[in-house]
Design a binder for this molecule. Sequence first.
Ligand code: GRF
Length: 194
Amino acid sequence: MKPFRLAVMASGNGSNFSAIQQATQDGRISGEIVCLIYDRKEAFVQERAKQAGVPSFYVSLKASGSKVAYEQQIVQILRDHQVDCVILAGYMKIVGETLLAAYEGKMLNIHPAFLPEFPGKQGILDAFNAGVSQTGVTVHLVDEGVDTGKILLQERVPVLPEDSLDSLAERIHQVEHRLYPQAIEAFLTQFEKE
Ligand code: GRF
C-alpha cells in the first residue's frame, strides 16, 4: 500500500512536527508529511519544514475575512495534496465546521495533559498551578468541542516537588515526541484510504 499522506497544522515552535517528521523517515510512521499549514507568520515550525523539504503554506485568518473562508483555503490545500489524515501539532485555533466537515474522523490532536483533566490552551500551566502530583499527555480525535474528541492514546507524566513550570513542560514534551508518532501509527494501521 502507498504511504499515507499526512498534513501537519501548527502555530508555533514545531517540536512535534520534527518528531513526527523523523518518525516518518525512520519507518515508525507508515506515512509521509506532504505539507505543513501554519497560521502565524513568525512560527518557527516553518523553518523546520524548510529544512525537512516539506512544502509549507501560511494561511491568515485576518486576510481571509472569515473563519469559513479561512478554512476553505485550508481544505483546498489539503485536497490539492491528497491528504488522508491531518495532524494538529500545536495548532492554536479551534477547528471550525468547514474543516471538520472535510476531515472529521481523520484529524488528530495532541494535548499536554491527561484529558479530560485540564483541557484548553494552558494545559501544562493549569496542572502546575493546581498542584497535582501527576498530569499527562493525550492524543485524541478532533471533534467540535475543545479537547473533547475520542481519546486514542494517553500517558501519565509525574509532577515532581522540585519542578518549575519549565522542567515540567520539558518532561511533557519529551513524552509527546514519543507518544504522538506511536498514536499516529496505531491510527493509520486501522485507517482505510477512501
Ligand atoms: C504541545 O505541548 C502540544 O501538546 C500543544 O502545543 C504544544 C506544541 O509544541 N498542543 P510544539 O510547537 O510542537 O513544540
